[in-house]
Design a protein around this ligand. Structure first.
Ligand SMILES: *[C@@H]1O[C@H](CO)[C@@H](O)[C@H](O)[C@H]1NC(C)=O
Ligand SMILES: *[C@@H]1O[C@H](CO)[C@@H](O)[C@H](O)[C@H]1NC(C)=O
Ligand SMILES: *[C@@H]1O[C@H](CO)[C@@H](O)[C@H](O)[C@H]1NC(C)=O
Ligand SMILES: *[C@@H]1O[C@H](CO)[C@@H](O)[C@H](O)[C@H]1NC(C)=O
Ligand SMILES: *[C@@H]1O[C@H](CO)[C@@H](O)[C@H](O)[C@H]1NC(C)=O
Ligand SMILES: *[C@@H]1O[C@H](CO)[C@@H](O)[C@H](O)[C@H]1NC(C)=O
Length: 369
């Protein structure tokens, strides 16, 4: 009941009884340019009495909190609508459905929180540009926005700006029905990874800006997403790339994508500190040390080598210790060995001398006889 009353009051505020030819208070109207501007006038609502000739409508820098379909009734001709810099937190169902030729909608710098699933449903598929830069109240609002974008038929959209919204992840399928989108701005968010199926439906994308985010690397799933947009130029700089084995696949891909990356010189390692400012495109050598062995098994191998070394060292020590304990016996043994050797040698020497002296051998022969 309360909601209903609010709605009625709200409708009364938005819809004028008769649209006058004159200009609403706080606005500047130019019939020649078919343009109406209501800029920074502390307006709390969309003003009433906007002339029907209006093609370009700028209601910016005011304090509007909520917009619904009643606000724009009769404004069939609007092509460009900017509601930038207000405090819009709620967009009702089919708010823009009265526009028959809307091509550009700017909702940047607002505080969108409650976004009806059918908020952007329009009759004709005419919308080409949609600007949500700095438009969300917080990153949780992207869930509502994703639903609304999927429900609206935005297959004519060419450009979508979602920059500066503190986004952490992109919900899967958020761009599913934007098969004609050419330019997607996601710069200056906090996106930590490009997740599975988040770029699904963007096969005609020509430019993707992911610079100034929180990407440390691209996972296998993220790399698959990049493969979904084979024609797109990529902005990937100003991310805290972490140069460990986990980034190897991304670097391999970079080398094949090089001509598609607009800001290749800005792709540098940020962590670990010893690789800071090291170009990702030149980092191949650095990561090839991974030898394609997963980090965990590599570690296991290293620890097993260390363990083997310790065991061998211990055995060696034991051996030396045993030798030390037996040192007297060994000494005796060595002396004995030396004595036997000496005796043998002397015996041999003696016999040799006997053999080499002919007289002695004669003597021995005659003695034999
Ligand atoms: C837009 O849709 C209306 C009906 O909703 C139709 O009369 C009009 O011709 C359409 N305009 C264009 C440009 O398709
Ligand atoms: C969106 O709006 C912001 C702020 O008004 C502006 O800086 C940016 O250029 C707009 N984006 C596009 C794609 O026009
Ligand atoms: C976003 O705003 C809503 C409404 O105030 C709040 O409930 C939610 O906790 C906020 N989310 C974050 C991540 O701050
Ligand atoms: C980046 O986004 C934050 C809000 O998330 C904003 O305050 C800041 O001005 C933005 N920076 C640029 C350069 O647009
Ligand atoms: C992510 O991708 C994997 C295959 O790589 C698939 O099995 C999984 O279902 C996907 N998850 C989502 C949420 O789409
Ligand atoms: C990295 O490079 C930038 C400019 O190229 C420089 O300002 C910065 O001091 C460098 N940082 C380190 C740790 O070398």
């Amino acid at each position: 009941m309360y909601v209903l009353v609010l709605r009625v009051v709200f409708s009364l505020m938005c819809v004028h009884v008769t649209r006058s030819v004159s200009c609403p208070a706080g606005c500047e109207c130019s019939e020649a340019a078919q343009t109406v501007k209501c800029v920074s006038k502390d307006l709390q609502d969309i003003p009433t009495g906007i002339p029907t000739y209006t093609r370009n409508l700028f209601i910016t820098g005011n304090h509007i909190r909520r917009i619904g379909p009643e606000c724009f009734k009769g404004l069939d001709n609007v092509i460009t609508l900017s509601l930038s810099g207000n405090r819009i937190s709620e967009v009702e169902s089919r708010t823009f459905s009265s526009f028959l030729n809307l091509r550009s909608l700017d909702l940047s710098s607002n505080q969108l929180q409650v976004i009806h699933a059918e908020a952007f449903v329009m009759h004709n598929h005419t919308l080409k540009e949609l600007n949500f830069s700095r438009a969300l109240y917080n990153h949780s609002s992207v869930t509502n926005l994703a639903v609304a974008l999927q429900w609206s038929s935005l297959d004519s959209l060419l450009s979508l700006d979602l920059s500066s919204n503190g986004l952490i992840v992109l919900p899967p399928h958020i761009f599913l029905h934007m098969s004609n989108l050419r330019r997607l701005q996601l710069t200056n968010n906090s996106i930590v990874s490009v997740s599975n199926e988040s770029l699904l439906g963007l096969e005609h994308l020509e430019e993707l800006d992911l610079s100034h985010n929180a990407l440390k690397t691209f996972s296998a799933g993220g790399l698959m997403e990049l493969e979904r947009i084979p024609k797109a130029k990529l902005h990937l700089g100003q991310n805290p790339y972490t140069c460990n084995c986990g980034i190897e696949q991304f670097i391999m891909l970079l080398n094949t994508l090089q001509d598609r990356i607009v800001d290749a010189e800005l792709l540098v390692c940020v962590y670990p500190v010893e690789f800071r400012n090291f170009s990702l495109l030149l980092a191949r050598k650095l990561v090839l040390e991974c030898h394609h062995v997963p980090e965990s098994s590599n570690m296991a191998l290293q620890t097993s080598y260390v363990f083997l070394g310790i065991v061998l060292g211990f055995v060696g020590l034991m051996f030396l210790f045993v030798l030390y304990l037996n040192r007297n016996g060994i000494k005796k043994r060595i002396y004995e060995m030396r004595d036997t050797c000496r005796e043998m040698w002397e015996g041999y020497h003696y016999r040799y001398e006997m053999d080499s002296d002919p007289r002695l051998s004669q003597l021995s022969k005659s003695a034999d006889v």
